[in-house]
Design a protein around this ligand. Structure first.
Ligand code: SAM
Length: 296
C-alpha cells in the first residue's frame, strides 16, 4: 500500500535524505491522498495499462500508480531523487525509474520497451515551468499516448479549456483541442503540496482524438494563422494576419480568404473556432504568396 501522500511520511523522507527542493525543477510534492485517488480514478488506470509518469519526485504518485497499473515507467530529471526512489519504490516490481529529461526522451522507445509498442497513459503532477512544452510535445510529436492526466497550474487549465470569445481563449486552447478533448477533473488548492506553490492548481485530462478535430490541407499554415491572429488579438483578424511576417499573402488575398470563410471584415481571431481557421488555411494553401506587407 502507498506509504507516501501524507505530510508526515513525506517530511520524514525529505529529512532522512537531507533533500533540498529545487525551484528550477518545479518541485512541489503532493501530500493529499484524496487528490491522489482522484487523479488515478480520472486517468482510468487499470492493470492492462502501462503508465508513463513524468517527474515522480520522491515516488508519491508512483506508489499509487503501481497499485492500479500493470507497469509504470517514471522519468525523473533530478539525480538527488534517484536514491530516494530506490527506497520508496523498493516493494514494487512493476516500476522502472528512468533518470532523464522528459523533453529529451523518446516516448515511442518507452512504449516499445514496456508496453509492446501499444499506447501509454501519461499521468503526472507536472513541473509547471515546462507544462506547455511537455503537453504540446506529447500531442504534436505523435507520441504513442492515448490519454494525458496531469496536474497543471489552474491558469493553464483555464487557457486549455477556454472556447471562442473568452478572455483565456488562445493559441494553446486551439492547439490542444486539435489533438485532444480536454476535461477539467478538479481544482486543487496550494495546501495539498509541500512546498506550497504560489498559484492554484488543477487536474486536467486530455483524451487523444482518433482523428484530429478538423481536416486541413495545410496544418502548419493553419497553426501559423492561429498564432498570428492571437499575437495581435486586439486587431481584426485581417490586420493581424496582414501584419504577421510569417503570413506572406497580399492583403487582398487575405481579405478574400476571410470573405470565403463567410466572416465579416471586422472579425477578430479570438471569435473563431478551429473550423474557421481550417477553412482559412485551405483557401490560402492554394494562393500565390507575395512579399510580406509593411505593418500598419
Ligand atoms: N510526482 C511528484 C509528486 O506529485 O509529489 C513530484 C511532482 S513535482 C511537481 C515535478 C517533478 O518533475 C519533480 O520531481 C521534478 O524534479 C521533476 N522534473 C522537473 N523537470 C523535469 C524534466 N525536464 N524531466 C523529468 N522530470 C522533471
Amino acid at each position: 500500500m502507498p506509504t507516501l501522500g501524507n505530510p508526515r511520511n513525506t517530511i520524514e523522507i525529505i529529512q532522512k535524505y537531507g533533500f533540498s527542493f529545487q525551484k528550477k525543477f518545479g518541485q512541489n510534492f503532493l501530500i493529499d491522498p484524496h487528490v491522489l485517488d482522484k487523479i488515478i480514478r480520472a486517468a482510468g488506470v487499470t492493470k492492462e495499462d502501462c503508465v508513463l509518469e513524468i517527474g515522480p519526485g520522491i515516488g508519491t504518485m508512483t506508489q499509487y500508480l503501481a497499485e492500479s497499473a500493470g507497469r509504470v515507467a517514471a522519468v525523473e530529471i533530478d539525480a538527488n531523487l534517484i536514491p530516494i526512489l530506490q527506497e520508496t519504490l523498493a516493494e514494487y516490481d512493476n516500476i522502472t525509474v528512468i533518470h532523464a529529461d522528459i523533453l529529451k526522451v523518446d516516448i515511442g522507445e518507452i512504449a516499445r520497451a514496456y508496453n509492446g509498442g501499444r499506447p501509454l497513459k501519461v499521468v503526472a503532477n507536472l513541473p509547471y515551468y515546462i507544462t506547455t512544452p511537455i503537453i504540446m510535445g506529447l500531442l504534436e510529436g505523435n507520441a504513442p499516448v492515448d490519454s494525458i492526466t496531469v496536474m497543471v497550474q489552474k491558469e493553464v487549465a483555464e487557457r486549455i479549456q477556454a472556447g471562442p470569445g473568452s478572455r483565456d481563449y488562445g493559441a494553446l486552447s486551439l492547439a490542444v483541442r486539435y489533438y485532444a478533448e480536454p476535461y477539467l477533473v478538479a481544482n486543487v488548492p496550494p495546501n495539498c503540496f509541500i512546498p506550497r506553490p504560489n498559484v492554484g492548481s488543477a487536474v486536467l485530462r486530455l483524451t487523444r482524438r482518433r482523428e484530429n478535430a478538423v481536416q486541413t490541407k495545410d496544418r502548419e499554415l493553419m497553426f501559423r494563422l492561429i498564432r498570428a491572429s492571437f499575437n495581435q488579438r486586439r486587431k481584426t483578424l485581417l490586420n493581424g494576419l496582414n501584419n504577421a511576417a510569417d503570413i506572406p499573402f497580399p492583403k487582398e488575398t487575405l481579405a478574400a480568404a476571410v470573405k470565403a470563410a463567410g466572416l465579416p471584415d471586422n472579425v477578430r481571431g479570438e471569435d473563431l473556432g478551429l473550423e474557421k481557421f481550417a477553412e482559412l488555411a485551405d483557401y490560402l494553401a492554394g494562393q500565390e504568396s507575395g512579399p510580406p506587407a509593411l505593418p500598419e
